[in-house]
Design a protein around this ligand. Structure first.
Ligand code: ADE
Length: 231
């Protein structure tokens, strides 16, 4: 999988991309993340990527030309990308979308700064517009890293055991069950006996029940939604 990440701050994102599961995925040759500074595609002396909004108001708007030229260059070099724009007014990112995107050969992420994107940039290219949630970041960089990480760990071979990804929160339409490791007693708190019993059927029942209780208490909305694996 080839990922292009368009950002004005490649040097801030690269250390994280080299570390973590993304670093491992790249070392294994399963995922390649290329950061591209779209300021390099400006044509004026000041390397301008943003400008004041028509109609007035605060903040700056990302100009269409540098991003557009950057995308065109990447597609000429490598072929078509599925394009994802990080924005608080996008569709809420969820696990089924991560699965859908994990099947793509080439993904392109645009992390903007500023008050917004020129609308023509949005309409001229076919973007999946994605939001991390109902809060505002100062730019799309951290959101892009989150989405890229959620996708990369679903690429076969990236995680040690594929099963671990499929058992986590959201995969079965519920939150995850509690986990314990050694020591068996810590500060007077014990690991539940059933987990030490060796009775795998009983352990599965306990985990399913705990996951259900936790989901009902914290995220009852998940229990009402039809769950799909693709989006
Ligand atoms: N950019 C700014 N805020 C964002 C959010 N909540 N999700 C995705 N991208 C963003």
């Amino acid at each position: 999988m080839q990922i292009a990440l368009l950002t004005l701050f490649p040097e801030a994102l690269e250390p994280y991309l080299r570390a973590s599961i993304l670093g491992v995925a790249q070392e294994k040759g399963l995922v390649r993340v290329q950061t591209v500074d779209f300021r390099d595609f400006t044509r004026d002396r000041h390397r301008t990527v943003d400008d004041r909004p028509y109609g007035g108001g605060p903040g700056m708007v990302l100009k269409p030309e540098p991003v557009f030229d950057c995308v065109e260059w990447l597609e000429r070099e490598h072929g078509p990308y599925r394009k994802i724009l990080l924005t608080p007014d996008g569709e809420r990112f969820r696990q089924p979308k991560a699965h859908a995107l994990a099947k793509e050969e080439r993904l392109l992420f645009l992390a903007g700064r500023y008050e917004g994107f020129d609308e023509r940039l949005r309409s001229e290219l076919a973007w999946d517009e994605v939001s991390l949630g109902d809060f505002v970041l100062s730019g799309g960089e951290l959101a892009a890293l989150c989405v890229i990480e959620a996708i990369a760990r679903l690429v076969p071979g990236v995680l040690g055991h594929h099963e671990s990804a499929l058992r986590e929160s959201f995969e079965q339409g519920s939150l995850d069950h509690p986990h314990y490791t050694r020591p068996p007693t810590w500060r007077g708190r014990n690991v539940p006996d059933v987990l030490k019993s060796g009775d795998h059927a009983a352990i599965e029942r306990w985990r399913a029940n705990e996951a259900h209780q936790r989901t009902r208490a914290r995220r009852p909305d998940l229990l009402q939604e039809p769950q799909t694996k693709t989006a």
